[in-house]
Design a protein around this ligand. Structure first.
Ligand code: ATP
Length: 234
């Protein structure tokens, strides 16, 4: 469904991704884990069309989207939940959600989409009229995910969904991500919370210093001594 080949991305003269190759199969819940500064945000932003690849290819649903404008990534069926959520904090929760469905196809399904995101995150129901900035961190993350789903994506990209949330909320958030995936949306998330991300994912890649250094089933990866040393404090 998504094929990334030899992706290179740089900030000016400073390379951030050195030739990343990965694949997401239809229906997968894939995670890319790695430490601070590994290039996770760079990868997710490039897959969302926000950053440009310097070299390499991104093929989505059989279409080469590498050079498309950012809004065309959205039309193609890719939605992002960016780092830091990027909500319009002065606008109501409902307005934030509606902004997610501005494209014609999504707009025509706005009512159904709203009903389904409220079913996923019932806590948002009574907050619809509240300014998004007044919500708790966990609720804001729900709004950010719900807003992305309002676009009716085939592929949902998540940048560190657990960041800044308490362990219980992180648990709920990953449970919601699993439900989204079970409902037929493919998911690619990048995470520093390796243990949790691996628990919910069907396959994982490890990104270090801009390169993929390992790939496999989470259970297999978690048994490797070098992964345990680097990420699980063993
Ligand atoms: P974090 O978990 O801290 O967000 P990350 O794995 O998401 O880390 P990136 O944010 O993608 O990593 O950063 C990868 C590399 O690119 C780092 O060396 C970082 O310093 C650099 N970098 C990121 N954003 C910029 C930018 N806007 N300008 C210049 N360099 C950047």
């Amino acid at each position: 469904m998504l094929e990334v080949r030899d992706l290179q991305v740089a900030y000016g003269a400073a390379p951030a991704l050195w030739g990343v190759t990965l694949e997401l199969r239809p229906g997968e819940l894939l995670c890319v884990v790695g430490p601070n500064g590994a290039g996770k945000t760079t990868l997710i932003n490039t897959l969302a069309g926000i950053l440009r690849a310097r070299a390499g290819r991104i093929v989505f649903d059989g279409q080469d989207i590498t050079a498309l404008a950012a809004h065309r990534f959205c039309t193609a069926g890719i939605a992002i939940v960016p780092e830091g959520r990027r909500l319009f904090t002065g606008m109501s929760v409902l307005e934030n959600l509606e902004l997610g469905s501005y494209l014609p196809l999504a707009k025509s399904q706005r009512k159904e989409s709203l009903a389904s995101v409220l079913e996923l995150f019932p806590a948002l129901q009574e907050k619809l009229a509240s300014p998004a900035g007044e919500l708790s961190g966990g609720q804001q993350q729900m709004v950010a995910i719900a807003r992305a789903l309002m676009a009716r994506p085939k592929l949902l990209l998540l940048d560190e969904p657990s960041l800044g949330l308490s362990p219980r909320i992180v648990h709920d958030m990953f449970a919601a991500i699993r439900r989204i995936n079970a409902a037929g949306v493919s998911v690619l998330m990048v995470e520093q919370n390796v243990a949790m991300a691996m628990q919910v994912s069907s396959r994982a890649y490890v990104l270090e210093e801009g390169s993929i250094v390992a790939e496999g089933l989470p259970g297999e990866l978690l048994e490797r001594p070098e992964i345990q040393r680097a990420y699980l404090g063993v």
